[in-house]
Design a protein around this ligand. Structure first.
Ligand SMILES: Cc1ncc(COP(=O)(O)O)c(C=O)c1O
Length: 497
């Protein structure tokens, strides 16, 4: 047996990190000659590293620590109490009080008739589960109609099939065209498991794993910044909806089961929807009988000032995916929330959603999520976001004075700043310039100055800002102060390079 290294001293901890820990989406080679940043504690909107340096976490972890880092004791007590009472039981055929209470709580917060909650362990699993649910929904829903399609001749003397599967096995029918395809948007990020990965519209993270789950096509996202300047908002909406409808027609509407989109798209930089967009998407989904899934893994539980952005934008989805904010990421828990009509075929006869995950609805995770929701309510955090979003935007917009800042966009406590080479023409940086600007300079420089946010070029280069929902004017000012200095320096360096 190998001996675990001593991690008592900081040097030993650093060495063990380099030797054993595999960081996600991280160029590990970069840590051969530099130190792994080790974060050891947090309070409010702030983090502290192993050397005692403080950082303003303007990304709330990964867009997820909505209540901030100040409620660990209270949440820990809820977790400990649940540990003592029932540390684990499953949602496979059984229920337990915390999962029931959390399901009822989430259903009460979700808009419309989104009343049924299926728990998972995170965002990718939620997305994966939504697509699987959509595929199986049409099978479950179609069983009766398919039985009616049974060839009369072949049926003579045969027993009436119970399910579509029985009918197919007995050779009584041909399967109807299967609805299995999905539509998502360019540059959107939806997670890393195979189904969720296939939905991603980011070529670089799809490419190493192809071929992916069939079949996804990607439509335009709602990035307005690079559209023709003379285009009106109404024309933009029309363009987007036409693209969606033409894509459905090209795929064969009778084969598409799911349209999966974020209310405000994160990757690419906080793309908000233009007026009329969601009404149009809903209409198109209704026209072709396709389920609409809102990926609220980031936007759910307060990020845009509402429990769900679906409420804010009146999206009326059939399925909602949530995770991060559900527990403010104090626990590994996510949820797929379905409407009564999506649930309906699964309540009939022997029908069953053939899907499950050991940790789905874990009692300790559920207890943590319940406590998180209690804190969000008690501390009026959603109201705080709505009351402060104007001030936050106005503060961020001061950065528009810098020649390198082309656009400030977003809503609630969810923003992106797009960086441009030429503000007049909106020309963006080349791949090489982005590589230097974002990874070679900005990420390190911002961290050095005590600010954690994300410099990202999955689309055009942006800085993403998404602080804990407890942030106030002091944090807004600090974000803009540090960004202002560092971006001004970046511009000077790019020009002289
Ligand atoms: C919109 C969206 N969907 C899905 C995911 C995947 O979530 P997870 O990382 O918990 O699997 C993410 C993660 O950032 C996300 O932003």
């Amino acid at each position: 047996m190998k001996t675990a290294p001593d991690t008592d001293s900081l040097a030993a901890l650093q060495q063990a990190a380099r030797d054993h820990l595999w960081l996600h989406f991280t160029r590990m080679g970069g840590y051969k000659d530099s130190e792994v940043p080790i974060i050891v504690r947090g309070d409010g909107c702030y983090l502290e590293d192993a050397k005692g340096r403080r950082y303003l976490d303007a990304l709330a972890g990964l867009f997820c620590v909505n209540i901030g880092y100040g409620f660990g004791d209270e949440i820990g007590e809820a977790a400990a109490a649940q540990m003592r009472e029932l540390p684990f039981y499953t949602n496979w055929s059984y229920a337990h009080p915390r999962a029931i209470e959390l399901a009822a709580e989430v259903a009460s917060l979700a808009p419309g008739d989104l009343n049924r909650v299926f728990f998972v362990s995170g965002g990718s699993e939620a997305v994966e589960s939504a697509w699987k649910l959509a595929r199986q929904y049409y099978l479950a829903h179609g069983e009766k109609q398919i039985r009616d399609l049974v060839t009369p001749g072949a049926r003579a003397g045969a027993q009436e099939p119970e399910t579509m599967h029985d009918a197919i096995v007995a050779g009584l029918t041909r399967p109807a065209p299967r609805r299995y395809k999905a539509i998502a948007r360019h540059i959107a990020y939806h997670g890393t498991t195979f189904g969720a990965l296939a939905l991603n519209g980011i070529p670089a993270i799809r490419a190493p794993f192809e071929p992916l789950v069939p079949e996804v096509r990607h439509v335009h996202n709602t990035n307005r910044y690079h559209r023709p300047v003379e285009e009106t908002e109404a024309e933009f909406t029309e363009f987007l909806l036409d693209d969606l409808e033409q894509t459905i027609l090209a795929m064969g509407p009778e084969t598409v089961c799911l349209v999966h989109m974020e209310p405000v798209q994160n990757a690419g930089g906080a793309f908000t929807p233009p007026e009329g967009y969601w009404r149009g998407v809903r209409d198109i989904c209704d026209r072709y009988d396709i389920l609409l899934s809102a990926d609220e893994v980031i936007t759910g539980f307060g990020r845009v000032g509402y429990w769900f952005a679906s409420e804010r934008y009146d999206i009326r989805p059939d399925i909602v995916c949530s995770a991060k904010g559900l527990s403010s990421s104090h626990a590994a828990i996510g949820a797929v929330i379905a409407t009564d009509s999506v649930m309906e075929p699964f309540l009939e006869g022997s029908s069953m959603y053939s899907h499950g995950i050991t940790f789905g609805g874990h009692p300790v995770m559920s207890a943590i999520a319940l406590k998180n929701i209690e804190i969000l309510k008690r501390e009026r955090m959603l109201e705080h976001v709505r009351e402060n979003e104007g001030r936050f935007r106005a503060t961020l917009e001061q950065l528009l004075d810098l020649p390198i800042v082309g656009d400030v966009r977003g809503t609630g406590f969810f923003y992106a700043i797009e960086l441009v080479k030429d503000k007049e023409t909106r020309e963006t940086f080349t791949d090489d310039e982005c590589e230097w600007l974002l990874r070679g300079f900005l990420s390190g420089a911002l961290f050095e100055r005590g600010l954690i946010c994300r410099a990202d070029d999955r689309g055009d280069p942006v800085i993403q800002i998404s602080p804990p929902l407890v942030a106030g004017q002091a944090e807004f000012d600090r974000i803009v102060g540090v960004l202002g200095d560092v971006l001004a320096e970046a511009r000077t360096r790019v020009k002289s390079a």
